[in-house]
Design a protein around this ligand. Structure first.
Ligand code: TYR
Length: 867
């Protein structure tokens, strides 16, 4: 058993930092293995006179420290593994420290590290403390000036803000050291600091803001990759324009830079004026990137840019307020994507992701509120709950208050808190003040974990023409929160008749009690109730809708989200029924039939049809049963796919043929929608793998003119298995072995192989010369691709899948705890599985917990999972 129990950080312990750091001047002497960082901080006391100065600092070699130029003697300060404490300091002074760090040894990818021979940084949440001694907390804002010096092997020297000066240090010296000085006029917390140095190519453009200022835009990428940055740059310009129009937000510096790096723990980072991206979310060319990549690039470029206001200009007082910037910014990027790509399709995709990641999290031991109140490692709280559920809360505010008041409230927020580090309370107060409504009930959404279950029952009185709708809600207990309150749940409802004609347009019903009944008069015919339109609240809804009425909705609901949802609900019932031993063959045929009709509806868009064709994922299905038997779900789902493939074979093949596009590639939503539909057809045809279909799938792969089709074909072949899959995988590897981003896809496709014996093949891939656990993209492609994308094999009855995951977590934890911790979740769900599997999952969690030298990151998650 471990004896050292790390202490949690609690929201209730928040105290302001007792000093102001008015300016911060950093001087970097870059060297891959011995970088020197000199920091000069001008400090003023703002708190109690007795307070010592306590700075964060980890893995730093202290060279010297001085106050107002006077070197500190050993008895004036104390140094431990995490802090530098200076006991007595004046009320106003200048502190200078010099430290040495080793970026090349930094495999945790936090702080200053090397990626592809270049220097780069990641400071959110607590990476800055591995660069220099500093109050590394988001409520300490300072004006930064950064001088970077390096030798000629690092031609670009970048940091936040505007470039002040640069040039050669001493041209007579043979190493030709050069330097650059950057100044960021906006006070910022240390987590927004960034530095990049190295050889890069740049793609440039400019943007004229709404007040007529010209902003230079630069995207930096690995040499030779500049053409692949064009789409990101275009997305950036669209995002800048959109934020002006939708939220009145204008960019504030003369320069905006983005840098792409290959080694990055997360997706991207909003450092002021210098965003740093995982290259997988920036580089795109038709041959190498799928439409999904394009879509994500567009949304992440927008997300990081939008942070300039929601995150940078207004930041978080402490990390418990993380959703203040992340939930809001996800909402903003989702709204942007909806405007770029179509509202309904975007909403469906966002809800699918929400259910897959957030609902799963909320249903397990790792459930936590959107605003948590304690943590061991804040890195563990970059979760779907903070991000995706956080965004849903903002969306509900808009639904409840209406678009106009919503905008007014945000205007007030920007005006009131610009330049501050603030809280969720202050944010919600803006909505209360702008609307004149009491928003205190709404706050419970931030404090309460778990997905509410809402149920709807109705009674229609044919003679009185009245309809009564009764809504009830309850939220199951979660870890540490046994008792739950009723939340204000906006339920958007519209009515159709049995022919699919509109009886009533949408209306928002606010359910803000455990139960409530609304009565609608003058309902002329027996209604089909279309509730929770647009997924108006992040809840699990069950209704008393009859199966026939679901088909009415599936064919005719004007709310496209609910049209899609009706189909998913039918499919879910069919799969789960079969998995439970009560197959409904007539129902399966009927569903296939209805899908066939939806496919030939000329009025609907191909992207939407592609979504209709995709069955609920195994993860989604597993959320609807207790306990989960993954093998039964897998088999039942495969069966329903096969029924559809057989029933609609001719139609699918015809569509697949008709949708083939020659001509030039376009990344736009229309063209992507057609490719999505064609790939959905290919995916279904693979579920009925007779010779004609297999040949078609092989043809799809071999004739692919873009990565979307190539991956669509490859995945379908892997699902079929056998010789054609082997051949395709070999060909794909041979073609793309020098393209890391594409090779990630090759690993991911195999990780999702549902075939017998897949675990052995996946294990073997960890020894493949191209596998590199040190690179988070490659690691996730294989390991997360397997644990989250391949439930049939992950839940192998021998427990081999669980063992594999635990081995990977332990191996990676040795050098990159943050990324290791992000792999834990699939095991965390052990309680929801059939007991034989649950016990095996639990065993692996226990094995991880007992591991000597385990990081706090992983320890926190496995302990919570076992609680
Ligand atoms: N703030 C980043 C975002 O835009 C996410 C992030 C967080 C990136 C922590 C890296 C990191 O280490 O969502």
């Amino acid at each position: 058993m471990r004896t050292d129990t790390p202490q949690p950080v609690r929201l209730s312990d928040y105290r302001p930092f007792p000093f102001l750091i008015e300016t911060t001047s950093l001087e970097f002497q870059l060297d891959p293995s011995a970088t020197r960082v000199k920091a000069t901080l001008s400090i003023k006391r703002s708190g109690d006179a007795a307070e010592p100065l306590v700075l964060n600092g980890e893995r730093l070699k202290l060279i010297s420290a001085a106050i107002d130029g006077q070197g500190l003697s050993a008895n004036q300060y104390a140094l431990d593994a995490e802090h530098l404490t200076i006991h007595q300091v004046p009320d106003a002074f200048e502190l200078t420290t010099e430290v040495e760090i080793d970026p090349s040894a930094n495999k945790a990818l936090m702080g200053l590290y090397m990626s592809g021979g270049r220097f780069c940084t990641q400071c959110e949440a607590e990476g800055f403390r591995t660069i220099t001694f500093f109050p590394d907390r988001p409520d300490v804002l300072s004006r930064f000036t950064v001088r970077i010096e390096a030798d000629a092997a690092f031609p670009y020297l970048l940091s936040n803000g505007n470039l002040w000066e640069g040039g050669e240090v001493d041209s007579s010296q043979p190493d030709r050291r050069h330097y650059a000085v950057w100044n960021d006029p906006f006070p910022k917390p240390a987590y927004l600091f960034a530095l990049v140095a190295g050889e890069l190519d740049v793609l440039e453009d400019s943007f004229v803001t709404m007040s007529g200022r010209t902003v230079a835009l630069k995207v930096f990428v690995d040499p030779g990759q500049a053409p692949r940055a064009a789409y990101a740059l275009d997305a950036l310009k669209r995002a800048m324009k959109w934020d002006e129009e939708a939220f009145g937000r204008e960019y504030d510096l003369d320069l905006f830079m983005i840098v792409a790096v290959r080694d990055f723990n997360f997706g991207a980072m909003e450092n002021k004026g210098l965003n740093i991206f995982n290259s997988s979310l920036l580089l795109a060319a038709p041959e190498t990137a799928t439409d999904m990549d394009y879509e994500r690039i567009e949304s992440v470029v927008a997300h990081e840019y939008f942070h300039n206001w929601t995150g940078n200009r207004i930041t978080c007082r402490d990390w418990f307020q993380l959703c203040l910037k992340e939930g809001l910014t996800v909402f903003r990027d989702q709204s942007f994507s909806a405007d770029m790509r179509g509202e309904a399709v975007q909403r469906i995709k966002d809800v699918k992701a929400l259910r897959a990641r957030q609902f799963a999290e909320d249903a397990g031991p790792l459930a936590h509120p959107v605003r948590p109140n304690s943590y061991l490692k804040i890195d563990n709280f970059y979760t779907a709950t903070i991000y995706e559920k956080g965004s849903e809360l903002i969306r509900m505010l808009k639904t409840i208050l209406g678009a106009e008041t919503f905008r007014k409230s945000l205007d007030l927020y920007f005006e009131r808190h610009d330049g501050e580090a603030t809280t969720v309370e202050a944010f919600i107060a803006c909505f209360a003040d702008a609307s004149g409504r009491d928003m205190s009930d709404f706050f419970a959404w931030y404090e309460q974990a778990g997905t509410p279950a809402v149920s709807l029952a109705h009674a229609y009185d044919e003679t009185a023409k009245t309809l009564e709708i009764t809504l009830t809600q309850s939220t199951a207990p979660t870890n540490g929160q046994p008792i739950k309150r009723a939340l204000p749940v906006p339920v958007t409802i519209g009515l159709l008749d049995g022919e699919g004609e509109v009886l009533r347009d949408s209306e928002v019903v606010l359910l803000d009690a455990p139960a409530s009944t609304v009565r609608w008069e003058g309902v002329e015919r027996a209604p089909v109730i279309s509730a929770l339109r647009g997924f108006s609240a992040p809840v699990n809804l069950t209704t008393d809708t009859r199966s026939v009425d679901r088909y009415v909705q599936f064919a005719a609901d004007p709310d496209l989200f609910n049209r899609w949802e009706a189909g998913q609900t039918v499919a879910r019932e069919l799969v789960l029924g079969r998995a439970a031993g009560t197959p409904d063959e007539v129902g399966e045929e009927r569903y296939a039939d209805a899908l066939g009709k939806a496919l030939v509806d000329d009025a609907s868009d191909p992207a939407f049809k592609a979504l209709l064709l995709a069955l609920p994922t195994e993860g989604d299905l597993s959320l609807a049963v207790d306990p989960v038997d993954p093998a039964a779900i897998h088999a039942a789902r495969v069966h329903l796919k096969a029924v559809i493939a057989v029933h609609l074979g001719d139609l699918l093949r015809r569509l697949h043929g008709d949708l083939q596009s020659g001509g030039e590639f376009s990344a736009d939503a229309r063209a992507a929608g057609k490719r999505a539909l064609r790939n959905a057809c290919c995916d279904l045809l693979a579920a009925d793998p007779h010779a004609v279909n297999v040949e078609r799938v092989v043809g799809h792969f071999e004739s692919a003119a873009n990565m979307t089709d190539a991956i669509g074909g490859l995945s379908a072949l892997v699902a079929i298995g056998g010789a054609s899959a082997e051949k395709a995988l070999a060909a794909f590897h041979a073609q793309w072995r020098h393209e890391p981003l594409v090779l990630d896809k090759w690993f991911a496709a195999q990780a999702r192989d549902p075939g017998e014996g897949a675990i052995g093949r996946i294990l073997a891939l960890t020894a493949h010369p191209d596998f590199d656990a040190g690179n988070p993209n490659r690691l996730r492609a294989l390991v997360q691709g397997f644990s989250s994308g391949n439930p049939a094999r992950f839940h192998d009855e021998t427990g081999a899948g669980y063992r594999f995951l635990a081995d990977q977590i332990l191996a990676v934890d040795g050098f990159n705890p943050m990324t290791a911790a992000r792999l834990v979740e699939p095991l965390g769900a052990w309680r929801r599985y059939v007991p034989e599997l649950g016990a095996l999952m639990r065993q692996q969690l226990e094995r991880i917990r007992e591991h000597v030298g385990l990081s706090k990151n992983v320890l926190e998650l496995v302990s919570r999972a076992l609680d």
